[in-house]
Ligand binder design. Structure first.
Ligand SMILES: NC(=O)c1ccc[n+]([C@@H]2O[C@H](COP(=O)([O-])OP(=O)(O)OC[C@H]3O[C@@H](n4cnc5c(N)ncnc54)[C@H](O)[C@@H]3O)[C@@H](O)[C@H]2O)c1
Length: 316
């Protein structure tokens, strides 16, 4: 498949003397840790975001694979809009936007990914799917390619076990959503991951202008282990009458300097996602402190998932 973005249709803007913070990072980033080509599996919201930042900031060519033509078309449409918006805002020039578009090569041929030096998988959160993909990557990729997953909750050790013969080259680069905005990335090693693999992953995400935090393979890793129980506790406060939803969100925003209240944040993340992560923490640790709030379970059962279903703790 040879879909190509026509960036010449994007509005031309004059060259801007003060380029944005983001593009300054692009200018600084030179060392990609030997990565001459990135492969991204899954052109959804995370995969496209990763491909975009790698092309813009690390300036590496990206092969973007997806098994669905509809997903690729949707993704390329989104990329075109994103580039157009950034150029119009003066974040970077038309020439930069054209270069980014040129660097991202969409494909529906799985084998096209094998020439990459670093591969990031961002397909849906399904254990069997990820394990099948890592088996194929271990068999087909170059012998020194880093094989990375963007999983939110699946054990890296388990995914690495599926990459027969390449277990030590499997790691997680857990980007946060939205990828162009959030600077933090968790680098998670499985039991089998080598130190060299972790170092190369750190180097590459730094070349993308990101700030890596290293963690071991434990349920929820660092970010979700802390964030999701915090949200769950806010839901327990609501269901047990400790406070009204506005009071809970307001005190956390205006008294604890959180940019969003925990209940509004839960709506943004998706209540189904919050519940899935609480369930992983609860079942994998067996610790009752991770019991998902009953109200959270009921809201998910009702289909009240937050922003995406237009109803959660708030109406949208
Ligand atoms: N969305 C978030 O906030 C977020 C944050 C951090 C991590 N993650 C993780 O990132 C991963 C991707 O999440 P997302 O939100 O981008 O999902 P998404 O549903 O937006 O995108 C997934 C993409 O994978 C494609 N796909 C499905 N099966 C495939 C296959 N066999 N081969 C290739 N492509 C296939 C789909 O067509 C789709 O384009 C998940 O593991 C998720 O847990 C998500």
């Amino acid at each position: 498949m040879s879909t190509r973005i026509v960036t010449s249709r994007l509005p031309s803007v004059p060259r801007i003397p003060g380029l944005c913070r983001f593009f300054s990072a692009a200018a600084r980033a030179q060392n990609t840790g030997g990565v001459k080509q990135l492969g991204v599996l899954g052109a959804g919201q995370m995969g496209l975001g990763i491909a975009f930042v790698a092309a813009l900031v690390s300036k590496v060519p990206v092969v973007l694979y997806d098994s669905s033509e509809a997903s690729i078309s949707k993704s390329l449409g989104f990329l075109e809009k994103l580039l157009q918006k950034d150029v119009a805002k003066g974040k970077y020039t038309q020439a930069v936007a054209d270069q980014v578009a040129k660097l991202i090569e969409p494909t529906m041929k799985f084998d096209s990914i094998f020439a990459s030096d670093f591969i990031i998988e961002a397909v849906p959160e399904i254990v069997s799917l990820k394990c099948e993909i890592f088996g194929k990557l271990a068999a087909g990729a170059k012998r020194d390619t880093i094989l990375s997953t963007n999983t939110s909750s699946i054990s890296i050790t388990k995914i690495a076990a599926a990459a027969k013969g390449a277990e030590d080259r499997v790691v997680s680069t857990h980007f946060m959503n939205p990828v162009p905005v959030q600077k933090g990335v968790e680098i998670i090693s499985g039991l089998q991951t080598s130190r060299e693999t972790v170092d190369r992953a750190i180097e590459f995400v730094k070349s993308m202008g990101k700030l890596p935090s290293v963690s071991t393979d434990n349920p929820g890793f660092i970010a979700n282990r802390i964030l999701i129980p915090y949200i769950n506790e806010a839901i327990i406060c609501l269901e047990t009458g400790v406070g009204q939803k506005e009071d809970i969100d307001n005190i956390m925003r205006h008294g604890c300097a959180m940019p969003m209240g925990p209940l509004a944040l839960a709506d943004f993340i998706g209540l189904d996602t919050c519940l899935a992560i609480m369930n992983v923490l609860y079942t994998q640790t067996g610790d009752s402190k991770y019991r998902p709030a009953v109200l959270l379970q009921k809201m998910v059962a009702a289909g009240w998932l937050g922003v995406k279903s237009k109803k959660g703790f708030y109406d949208y």
